[in-house]
Design a protein around this ligand. Structure first.
Ligand code: SAM
Length: 467
């Protein structure tokens, strides 16, 4: 049994009364594990047919499954191909309640490592504009890698403070997720650092920060827009009381009750300061009632309507077309239908790196950007090298040269380790000349290689290679 902070146990006993024994004994249960299918790459039907793991559906989310820890899906080629994201099951409820739609402008304000972002992107089907922000630079990089692995082409990753972001995007987004930094009481079972860091003072500090972040988020939401606030903690100070204070300060917002949801229970008005009854329309997930860790969620609606889409700023910051000559040469030769990329004007060069910016992007001069859009490749003197992000974004059917290897074969492991492969080793391929080849596993793109003299030279990124 894990050692919980005494003051935390006492507080929960006081809050839960008769329910406390059942709550505390949930810490003796084994932790459940979840993964979420990536609809950008694989349909439910196909996933159910081909997935080698023993899975069971998570009741509160369309794309979610429980898996057995022994299956180790994080160590499978399908993970590297971005077919799924490993995520705590309760955390998947956030985007289910957000209900993002294709074509919308969506902000994930506290986004690393990318659980909600990858979920949102799947629901957007590549249409619309997703901004994923993370304040800590190292975590923003991990977020950016997950955006790449998932094959997201309509998103940017920023590394900003919520206040600076708010000044840049006033009344801009249709939907916002504030998956706030919190005291992490719901994660005590797996996160020792959260247990050690916990104190009543830390809970109070978190609550103040949450109020500030939420207020900055509110200014970025369009009239009529929807925002989901979530934490992975039990403390009323960071949950019902944050929402209560927010609604008091922002009367144009109200709680959107999304009705009964399997596995989710009601928020607790009696744990707020004023006892406002609408807080029962917020949600809690309890580890002694559902197969998932502790979570809190509130869906907030901003009143009003917006008259048509807001204008984006003129993309005068886009790169001069002459710079993209080599990249366009590659796209023309490599893609079956290159026109959709060639006719787009929104390219930008960051150093040697060429990106295709989502059409909705605003002028981001002066902002800290980790990934300004879909990374197309590197432009060196007279040479273009396609990026790993492009490989994961493209599908086999979209390219002229590809090779495919079974996920359970030794060749795929060799590829992921960075070794060269022989052309003959590929059971399925479409190859007509030397040069760039999209490598696939069981039909899903996983990286690039360069074919020369019957050998696939490995271009799987060094930092991602299996040891
Ligand atoms: C609960 S985690 C987010 C998890 C993420 N949404 C996901 O699903 O993978 C909260 C994040 O907020 C970030 N954060 C911390 N302080 C912040 C602040 N003042 N403003 C915005 N984000 C902050 C943390 O670095 C952390 O990555």
């Amino acid at each position: 049994m894990i050692q919980l902070p005494d003051a935390f146990s006492e507080k929960m006993k006081h809050l839960l009364g008769d329910e406390y024994d059942s709550f505390i004994s949930s810490y003796e249960k084994e932790r459940v594990q979840g993964l979420r299918r990536n609809p950008l790459k694989v349909s439910e039907e196909e996933f159910d047919r081909m997935c080698p793991f023993e899975l069971k559906k998570i009741p509160w989310v369309r794309e979610g499954y429980y898996y057995h820890a022994g299956d180790r899906p994080g160590k499978h080629p399908y993970h590297e191909a971005g077919l799924y994201y490993i995520q705590e099951p309760s955390a998947m409820a956030v985007v289910e309640l957000l209900d993002p739609q294709p074509g919308e402008r969506i902000l994930d304000l506290c986004a690393a490592p990318g659980g909600k972002t990858t979920h949102i992107a799947g629901r957007m089907e590549g249409k619309g504009f997703l901004v994923s922000n993370e304040i800590h630079p190292a975590r923003a990089k991990i977020l950016s890698q997950n955006v790449e692995r998932f094959g997201i082409g309509n998103g940017v990753v920023t590394n900003e403070d919520s206040g600076r972001l708010s000044a840049r995007f006033p009344l801009f987004f249709d939907r916002i997720v504030v998956d706030a930094p919190c005291s992490g009481e719901g994660m005590f079972r797996k996160d020792e650092a959260a247990r050690l860091q916990w104190s009543p003072e830390h809970v109070a500090i978190c609550a103040r920060r949450q109020e500030e972040i939420l207020s900055n988020a509110a200014a970025m939401l369009k009239p009529g827009g929807t925002m989901v606030y979530s934490t992975c903690t039990f403390s009323p100070e960071e949950n019902e009381q944050v929402i209560e204070a927010f609604l008091l300060a922002n009367p144009e917002f109200s709680i959107l009750d999304m009705g009964e949801r399997q596995g989710l229970s009601n928020g607790r008005p009696e744990w707020s300061k004023t006892g406002r009854s609408d807080l029962s329309g917020t949600y809690r997930i309890w580890p002694h009632q559902s197969d998932g860790e502790g979570h809190y969620l509130a869906v907030l609606k901003k009143e009003g309507t917006c008259d048509g889409p807001l204008k984006r700023t003129d993309p005068s910051y886009c790169t001069d077309p002459s710079v993209r000559k080599e990249a366009e040469g590659f796209l023309k030769e490599f893609l079956v239908e290159p026109d959709q990329y060639l006719t787009r004007k929104e390219y930008i060069l960051f150093g040697e790196q060429l990106y295709l910016i989502p059409p909705e992007m605003i002028d981001f001069k002066g902002m800290k950007i980790v990934r300004p859009g879909l990374h197309i490749g590197t432009i060196k003197k007279n040479r273009f090298e396609p990026s790993h992000a492009l490989a994961l974004f493209l599908k086999k059917e979209e390219v002229k040269q590809w090779a495919d290897f079974p996920a359970d074969g030794v060749e795929m492991v060799k590829y992921l380790k960075g070794e060269t492969l022989s052309e003959e080793a590929s059971p399925r391929s479409q190859l007509s000349k030397k040069g760039w080849v999209l490598m696939n596993t069981d039909g899903f793109s996983i990286g690039f290689a360069k074919l020369s003299g019957g050998i696939f030279k490995n271009h799987y990124p060094k930092g991602l290679r299996w040891m």
